[in-house]
Design a protein around this ligand. Structure first.
Ligand code: NAP
Ligand code: ZN
Ligand code: ZN
Length: 347
């Protein structure tokens, strides 16, 4: 065991505060990583505050991790000390079930070890995330990060990047396809950049007028303020695909109406409260309502390589660890352009 430092929530109501805990010694196939940056995902806030009803404490959040490899186990082949490394939302899975075999570890049929607020494969050792000094992860779940990139802008790709890349690919965002992105936060701004890089025509659907001027720079062809009278009616039947990143209850029927025949509305936003779906917006136009959860490990590597090639990195505001609670309040107010990235050197 080695001592790690981090910030943890002790319950759903208290602010995050300094916390000391143990990390395991790296086993033969493990990689020990000194964490450099960790993004703040809205999922961190949902879980710290137990909004999904699945939280365990103490909780060290953080699943958008970039760091430097410090030590590796004897059988590790892909990493050596000094390499850059990324860790996303998972640190292990059963590796044997049909989902794992298909590279869909996030849908492991036995047990996904989420990076925090989860357990290792023994089902009892708690996992602690990236708001911390270092982490030990099985080589198989560690991603390669290309040198020379601004790492604070790479870290949030490990969740915001893959969560939007995966459904964009699956639902064939590309030339000749019209894609809308609902909600321009951490996930949404990456969905816009990635869909544009894939060659799609991108429309931003946002409730924040102040984000309008950024839309073109992010790669969107059009910005639509959802609250403006008649703005959505004008877009009826227009899109092949909508990526919906909204983190709270909202009207999905209105979104379904914007789809072409057989178009797909893909929810990635994880509203803690159920959404109401009418039958008619689905059956008229044979439309599809789908969901998507992060992406598998191989696809996450593919996304990192794509982003390095296309220079589609996150827009971030770097913060010190001690400012994390203030940052949470700002995320909730929608006051972030577009991701906070914690500099762990300030821990
Ligand atoms: P975020 O940065 O807070 O962005 C969410 C955006 O949704 C906001 O910027 C805002 O965009 C819009 N929004 C917020 N409250 C709203 C409301 N009440 N009604 C309508 N729109 C609202 O959050 P994030 O980190 O991108 O995460 C978004 C959601 O995805 C969260 O629920 C998170 O837990 C979930 N998530 C899911 C996965 C997955 O695998 N499926 C992975 C990561 C995160 P505008 O100002 O542009 O309207
Ligand atoms: Zn996340
Ligand atoms: Zn499995």
């Amino acid at each position: 065991m080695s001592q790690a430092r981090g910030y943890a929530a002790q319950d759903a109501k208290s602010p995050l505060a300094p916390f000391r805990f143990a990390r395991r010694q790296p086993g033969a196939r493990d990689v020990h990583i000194r964490i450099l940056y960790c993004g703040i995902c809205h999922s961190d806030i949902h879980q710290v505050r137990d909004e999904w009803g699945s939280s365990t404490y103490p909780m060290v959040p953080g699943h958008e991790i970039v760091g430097e490899v410090t030590r590796v186990g004897a059988q590790v082949r892909r990493f050596k000390a000094g390499d850059l490394a990324g860790v996303g939302c998972m640190v292990d899975s059963c590796r044997a079930c049909p989902s794992c075999q298909a590279g869909l570890e996030q849908h492991c049929q036995k047990h996904v070890s989420f990076t925090y607020n989860g357990t290792e494969q023994d089902l009892k050792t708690p996992t602690f995330g990236g708001y911390s000094s270092d982490i030990v992860v099985a080589e198989r779940f560690v991603l390669k990060v290309e040198p020379g990139l601004p790492l604070e802008r790479v870290a949030p790709l490990l969740c915001a990047g893959i969560t939007t890349y995966s459904p964009l690919k699956r639902w064939k965002a590309g030339p000749g396809r019209r894609v809308a992105v609902r909600g321009v936060g951490g996930l949404g701004h990456m969905a816009v950049k990635l869909a544009a890089a894939m060659g799609a025509e991108v429309t931003v659907l946002s409730g924040s007028k102040s984000k309008g001027p950024d839309a073109k720079r992010l790669g969107a062809h059009e910005f639509v303020l959802t609250s403006r009278d008649g703005a959505l009616a004008r877009l009826a039947g227009r899109f092949d695909l909508i990526i919906d990143t909204v983190c709270a209850p909202h009207d999905v029927n209105e979104m379904l109406g914007l789809l072409k025949v057989e178009g797909a509305l893909v929810l990635v936003g994880a509203s803690p409260k159920p959404l109401e779906v009418g039958a008619f917006p689905l059956i008229v136009g044979r439309r599809i309502l789908a969901g998507s959860l992060i992406g598998g490990i191989a696809e996450t590597q593919e996304m990192l390589d794509f982003c390095a090639r296309h220079k589609t990195l996150c827009d971030v505001e770097v913060i010190a660890m001690k400012d994390v609670n203030k940052a949470y309040e700002r995320v909730i107010r929608g006051d972030v352009r577009y991701r906070f990235s914690i500099d762990l050197a300030t821990l």
